[in-house]
Design a protein around this ligand. Structure first.
Ligand SMILES: Cc1cc2nc3c(=O)[nH]c(=O)nc-3n(C[C@H](O)[C@H](O)[C@H](O)COP(=O)(O)O)c2cc1C
Length: 210
């Protein structure tokens, strides 16, 4: 039940108070993102952690001037691979072999199958697939933040091309997918803080097939 209590506590804070989040909490939130499952285990994204205030100030105008961009403590940018390449796929399969200490025929056949499919696909399609994987980690980070008593504002209201430009992401083969400011709510300045959480009733969401 504790997880659900935390998920009820959290909300998309509209105002933050500038208080810094302790680094050990940030590390645990990032670790939850790192542990997220992804398609074929490829983890096709990186997370940029922005503590620098001047950089946050630069991003704010291209993020609908949302105040949490600058009043947060840490701004996480989930940046997905711009496409899947053979090198990127091989890197993750080699890493798996290194960590596990053995090669497995089934796993190697699976590698060949992916190499024969993803790199040949359209880059935009691959980016969209990679971005979906980034959202899984993003969601785990949101839940982990709630668990730590840290506020997080999931944020898609920004110009990705402008953020890519500011952070030089395209040169690194990355594209910004979604942002997550982390910090502490400013209760006296947030219209949302006392409003009841609204979700569809379970029967509108879930269909059980016996
Ligand atoms: C992917 C995503 C993007 C969002 N983008 C924004 C945003 O740009 N600005 C904002 O204030 N809230 C944003 N939200 C917050 C949602 O509006 C909010 O999560 C939803 O209304 C549910 O409310 P709650 O999170 O407070 O429970 C976003 C949420 C998600 C999941």
């Amino acid at each position: 039940m504790e997880l659900l209590d935390k998920l009820n506590w959290r909300y998309a804070a509209k105002a933050m108070n500038g208080e810094k989040v302790a680094e050990n909490k940030i590390q645990r939130i990032l670790e939850a993102a790192r542990l997220a499952p992804t398609s074929s285990g490829l983890q096709p994204f990186e997370i940029i952690v922005i503590k620098n205030q001047a950089l946050k100030e630069k991003i704010k105008p291209v993020a609908w001037n949302q105040s949490v961009i600058t009043s947060c403590s840490h701004l996480l940018v989930f940046a997905a691979w711009d496409t899947y390449t053979a090198e990127r796929i091989n890197h993750m399969f080699d890493l798996t072999n290194d960590i596990r200490g053995f090669k497995n025929e089934g796993w190697e056949n699976y590698r060949k199958m992916l190499l024969g499919s993803y790199p040949q696909k359209d880059a935009e399609e691959n980016f969209n697939h990679a971005a979906k994987q980034a959202y899984i980690a993003f969601s785990q980070a949101i839940a982990a933040a709630a668990f730590e008593g840290v506020d997080a504002t999931p944020l898609e209201g920004f110009d990705p091309a402008a953020v890519d430009e500011i952070l030089g992401l395209r040169e690194k083969g990355l594209r910004s997918a979604v942002l997550l400011p982390l910090g502490y709510r400013k209760e006296d300045d947030d219209w949302l803080v006392n409003l009841v959480k609204v979700r569809k009733p379970m029967e509108e969401l879930v269909t059980v097939i016996d």
